[in-house]
Design a protein around this ligand. Structure first.
Ligand SMILES: [Zn+2]
Length: 289
């Protein structure tokens, strides 16, 4: 492992990662103790400048191989993605720092299909689960070539999704927890490189992506309801069949009609309203280490 990159500002209004990267850029000497190069990188500078998620389209959906090779795509983000790809492709480990308005604690999102077959990733996740009670592992596999996500540029990668934190704001507790968790990751990677990493046995609890749910809508596609108060803020908590999911503007309760218990995440994420995504459903699983 030669090159580890910490990315902030893939979304220009997610301030936790942005301010951490700016802090680290002022103190590059703190990385000298690691046996690999550590870099920080702000992915969408123009969106950061204007404190918006993006200017024309979501940068974190611009990294499919076919899109990177397509020179007809003209949006700022499509062009910026090509620069980011040139700068970061092939780095050994990429950590992309995000914030969510959902109550997701410190979620490690694994979006690479083979992540659960990779002993380093499994051991790293097991280690991080021990470090902070807010850590969760969210497995959302994508074929690497078709992955639209920025971290897919790395040989290995994860997205650290921290919340709840409103976009364009900061929370000191989560800021310092994020900083601590990133340092713990780097220390583990360094120990792994030196063959000194602690070996965990047993099982790893993960939450596997099942499907995305939209808000209830009218036939014309307009919103007709909201997350039910009994579900609000209950990311990573079990949702049983028949329990309340939404409430319409008229006060009608709409229940979860699936037949298996699920664990919702990204409940009521602000940035996902435009994507028609009210929450993602996951299944809690135990993976052998
Ligand atoms: Zn984000």
């Amino acid at each position: 492992m030669k090159r580890v990159v910490l990315v902030g500002g893939t979304h220009g209004n997610e301030w936790g990662g942005i301010y951490l990267c700016q802090k680290w850029q002022n103190t590059p000497e703190i990385w000298a103790k690691y046996p690999f190069q550590v870099e920080t990188y702000l992915a969408n500078p123009r969106a950061i400048e204007v404190n918006r998620r993006y200017l024309e389209e979501d940068l974190n959906r611009c990294f499919r191989s076919s899109d990177l090779a397509n020179h007809d795509l003209s949006s700022y983000e499509a062009q910026r993605a090509k620069v980011v790809a040139q700068d970061l492709s092939g780095c050994d480990f990429l950590i992309d720092l995000h914030n969510t308005t959902s109550n997701m604690g410190m979620s490690l999102i694994l979006s690479r299909e083979e992540a659960l077959d990779d002993p380093l990733m499994l051991q790293l996740c097991a280690h991080l689960l021990q470090q902070d009670a807010l850590v969760r592992i969210y497995y959302m596999p994508q074929n690497a070539k078709d992955s639209p996500y920025l971290p897919s540029l790395g040989q290995r990668e994860l997205t650290l999704e921290v919340g709840p934190m409103a976009h364009g704001t900061l929370r000191a507790d989560l800021f310092f927890k994020t900083e601590q968790l990133v340092q713990t990751m780097l220390t583990f990677l360094a120990d792994w490189e030196r063959g000194e990493a602690k070996a965990y046995e047993g099982e790893l609890t993960i939450y596997r992506q099942l499907e995305n749910l939209d808000y209830p809508r009218t036939p014309a596609g307009h919103m007709r309801g909201m997350i039910h108060p009994q579900l609000y803020g209950r990311d990573y908590r079990p949702l049983y069949p028949g329990r309340p999911l939404y409430v319409t503007f008229e006060g009608l309760v709409l229940n979860y009609e699936g037949d298996e218990t699920v664990w919702p995440v990204f409940i009521n994420e602000q940035a996902y309203y435009e994507k028609g995504l009210a929450m993602s459903l996951t299944r809690k699983e135990q993976i052998p280490l």
